[in-house]
Design a protein around this ligand. Structure first.
Ligand code: FAD
Length: 804
């Protein structure tokens, strides 16, 4: 065995094999994979091998397509067959809601370059004659996907990687990891120690154990999963083509052909966690005992929906464990605070996602950047809130919903409420319908007295629509209160704070008493943060951003390496607050503070440390609604008192609660983009319009060279807001923007603009088409609607209300 390597990949399942191949492919040939047993011996060997491109996140869909397309490449390179059956897939809808969901997939897939089509159940029978059409109302057919041979595919990666110079040691267990002062690792095995610059945890079922070697508890858990193989099915004999992989959402069943019979699997509602505390060390190439009694009712649904299956015997049953993160997406990337330690685990669809994970991880390791937005599979989307107990509740919830279509207005109940602000009970008493963001409860909208605080999951307008309209109008008419505790908050203090921030952020750093809008770029010049920064004193700053990105931004700050005279810490649990917005917000706050809030004395983006009522507070004149507005920040112990005082002072002025839904509507009326929806690491300053905030005169900041190059060349596409011909549904995100039948861009977010009476969509279109009045077609739930670009904000064009 080698005694040193540039990178050691721990685990020889399909994910480790792909990571090894991709590292070798980008030129890291001195890489070594260590496998404690035989290759594939974890969850890989008994997988059903199904592969598909569908994912609710466009970038993950793209990576899934990359994975499937890659198999031909590794077959050609290695000479090893992946056992491909690229016969496409069918997704069956039994309810109008499921049909809407398939229509959304269809609309999205055009820009992603995937061939999909909504078809009738009669046509679906051509692809799979086993369907009982009586149970379904429609279907989506997709050309991509099919199934592969799990073992052959893993071997093809390994052989291709070896041909490129990578090494593999089987039956070589990693026993411990010890970090040297320079950040490199001593990887101890029974066969000796390997000195490696980087290690990658691809340990699948043992990802927790390999995490514990470096003192972390990854939010990952294995579930038992059953599938059955039937005897030969007479209906399939004589058919020239295999039946296509079929997903039955209502039955929570998947199905594909296996020889002349079928493979049928289910994601049952009361799934069983396997090895909840730690994974047995000696579990290798093993299956678990079948539990037909528990699963019979679920398979029986399958036998009803596909009756021919019930008429033949079961040849074999497979029950095997595989791992999930709390939201079902993989955990990939570097772990904050651990140099040169990478993870690629919790991969529940290794044959759809393994290739894409290898691609982005290899880029990330070699170039310091994954090359695209991957936040929905980034390990940093979870923070301290993702405790083992949280994971133990969320993973089974996710498993049980694997084949339930997620509605855009749906909030999942497991492990809630988890993090609560001090005003949680007050907001609930006011009718708040809550969502959870980074484990923290926050109000989405407020059900008025007499209306149940709950919402029907739908792709169309729900009962919340008229309520949100009232909230929006109350803000624009008088004044509203929105709790901002769920924002990400960071304190940066110390003598070197300004100089350090100047390097990390692309903007001009504000002077004491001022707030600045603060884009942060990657070295490649992409948007990794759209934050705001308040300067309290020369050596004291508070930065505000998206709450869900707290770990992501903390990791970013940590990688930026603050010098000894700069201290960076999260203020997420130590600062809480409210946004007060609307024409009467000044009047309200003036009742509670002695500083002069008049328009000339406390201007837009002014910051003061003051008292608001009883509460010592940071008061900022800013907001996201486009109205005159303020943010009041205090410590959590004062929040309840502050709330009561604001409410008392505001009641005579018409103070109204508003939630995140109203905020989405108000900000789109003003054309403001939102981080993670509209602004992500996929886009650049020029494309987003955030270049107006970039201080190109600064001599040195991360991403400067790339931002300057883009400014010289011009952005290729632009963020725009569009009016959409009205219907009973708004866009959700990632729908294709069509021009003359071709997909030229896509939607990033949408909302109904309640104060202007228009349905709105935001998205990116090619620069030449980013013109006032340019028209696009959007397929919204199966109906083509016209979207018209509006370059000026649709509400308060001149910004007079904001500056009033
Ligand atoms: C019944 C069933 C059906 C499935 N069907 C599908 C499907 O149709 N399509 C699909 O895409 N996915 C499917 N899956 C999921 C798929 O199996 C996983 O996504 C995939 O196997 C994950 O691969 P991995 O490499 O991350 O993990 P694993 O396969 O678990 O590999 C991890 C490897 O790490 C090794 N290892 C662990 N610790 C150490 C150590 N300390 N030192 C050295 N080596 C170590 C282990 O021995 C193991 O080989 C199915 C799973 C099951 C159980």
């Amino acid at each position: 065995m080698k005694s040193s390597a540039r990178a050691v990949v721990i685990g020889g399942g399909v994910v480790g094999a792909s990571v090894l191949y991709h590292l070798a492919k980008i030129g890291w040939r001195d890489v070594l994979l260590l496998e404690k047993s035989e290759l594939t011996s974890g969850s890989t060997w008994h997988a059903a091998g199904g592969m598909h491109t569908f994912n609710g996140e466009a970038n993950i869909s793209r990576l899934q397509k990359y994975t499937i397309d890659l198999y031909r490449e590794i077959e050609a390179l290695s000479g090893q067959s992946c056992g491909l059956h690229p016969n496409g897939g069918l997704m069956l809808a039994a309810t109008p809601g499921e049909l809407d969901s398939l229509r959304l997939i269809c609309s999205r897939s055009r820009y992603l370059g995937m061939e999909t089509e909504m078809i009738s159940i009669e046509r679906a029978l051509d692809f799979n004659p086993l369907i009982d059409p009586g149970y379904f109302i429609g279907a989506l057919w997709r050309a991509d996907g099919g199934h592969c041979d799990p073992s052959g595919t893993t071997q093809a990666y390994i052989k291709a990687a070896r041909l490129l110079g990578a090494s593999v040691e089987r039956f070589t267990r990693v026993e411990s990891l010890l970090q040297r002062h320079d950040g490199s690792w001593d990887v101890a095995t029974p066969a000796g120690t390997v000195h490696a610059e980087h290690v990658i945890n691809c340990a699948g079922l043992w990802a927790r154990e390999v995490g514990r070697m470096v003192g972390i508890e990854l939010p990952v858990l294995a579930m038992e999963h059953h599938y059955l193989l039937t005897e030969d099915i007479p209906e399939l004999s004589g058919r020239e083509r295999e039946i296509v992989n079929t997903t039955d959402y209502a039955g929570e069943i998947y199905l594909r052909q296996e020889r002349r019979g079928a493979l049928i699997g289910t994601y049952e509602p009361n799934g069983v966690v396997w090895a909840p505390l730690s994974t047995p060390d000696d579990f290798s190439m093993q299956l678990l005992p079948e539990d037909f009694e528990r699963l019979a009712p679920y398979f029986e649904v399958g036998f009803k929906h596909f009756p021919a299956l019930g008429r033949v015997g079961i040849r074999k049953a497979v029950n095997g464990p595989f791992t999930f993160a709390p939201d079902g997406n993989p955990l990939v990337g570097p772990v904050r605070g651990l140099r040169n330690y990478w993870v690629a685990c919790a991969v529940m669809a290794g044959f759809s996602q393994g290739g894409g994970i290898g691609l982005i991880l290899s880029r990330w390791m070699a170039e310091g950047d994954p090359g695209q937005d991957v936040i929905s599979m980034d390990v940093a989307r979870f923070g301290a809130f993702a405790t083992p107990r949280y994971t133990a509740l969320k993973v089974p919830e996710n498993y049980s919903r694997r084949f339930r279509l997620a509605y855009p207005n749906e909030e999942l109940p497991a492990a809630r409420p988890l993090r609560r602000s001090p005003v949680y009970d007050r907001l609930k008493a006011a009718g708040a319908v809550m969502g959870a963001n980074f484990g923290l409860e926050h109000a989405l909208w407020f059900a008025p007295a007499g209306m149940p605080p709950a919402e029907t999951p739908t792709y169309r307008r729900s009962e919340a629509f008229p309520v949100v309209r009232e909230e929006c109008q109350a803000v624009r008419r008088a004044v509203g209160i929105y709790e901002t505790t769920n924002y990400g908050k960071y304190e940066v203090v110390g003598r070197g704070a300004r100089a350090w921030l100047d390097r990390v952020f692309a903007c001009r750093i504000p002077r004491p008493g001022r707030l600045g809008l603060a884009p942060m770029l990657s070295a490649a010049g992409r948007i990794v943060g759209d934050l705001s920064m308040a300067c309290l004193a020369e050596d004291r700053f508070v930065i505000f951003g998206s709450g869900f990105a707290e770990e992501f931004h903390l990791r970013w700050f940590s990688l930026a390496g603050a010098p000894a005279d700069v201290h960076v810490r999260s203020a997420s649990s130590t600062l809480a607050g409210f946004a007060i917005a609307g024409p009467r917000s000044r009047e309200l706050l003036q009742r509670l503070t002695r500083i002069d809030l008049s328009a000339t004395a406390f201007r837009l983006f002014q910051v003061a440390e003051t008292a608001v009522g009883f509460a010592p507070a940071i008061l900022v004149r800013a907001g996201f609604t486009g109205e005159l507005g303020y943010e009041v920040w205090t410590t959590p112990d004062y929040l309840l008192t502050l709330y009561d005082e604001l409410w008392e002072a505001g009641r005579p002025l018409g103070l109204t609660h508003f939630g995140a839904r109203a905020l989405s509507s108000l900000r789109l009326e003003k054309g403001y983009g939102s981080f993670n929806k509209d602004f992500r690491p996929d886009y650049t300053p020029g494309e987003t319009g955030l270049d107006r905030l970039v201080d190109f005169d600064k001599p040195d900041f991360t991403g400067r060279a790339a931002a300057l190059a883009e400014r010289a060349a011009g952005a290729k596409r632009h963020f725009v807001v569009m009016e959409v011909a009205d219907a009973d549904a708004e866009v959700v995100g990632f729908e294709s923007l069509m021009k003359d039948g071709a997909a030229v861009g896509y939607v990033t977010s949408g909302a109904y603009g309640h104060c202007i009476g228009k349905s709105l969509a935001a998205g990116y279109v090619p620069t030449g088409l980013a013109r006032e009045g340019a028209r696009f077609d959007i397929d919204i739930l199966g109906t083509i609607r016209t979207a018209t670009v509006r370059l000026e904000p649709l509400y308060d064009r001149q910004g007079q209300r904001l500056r009033s």
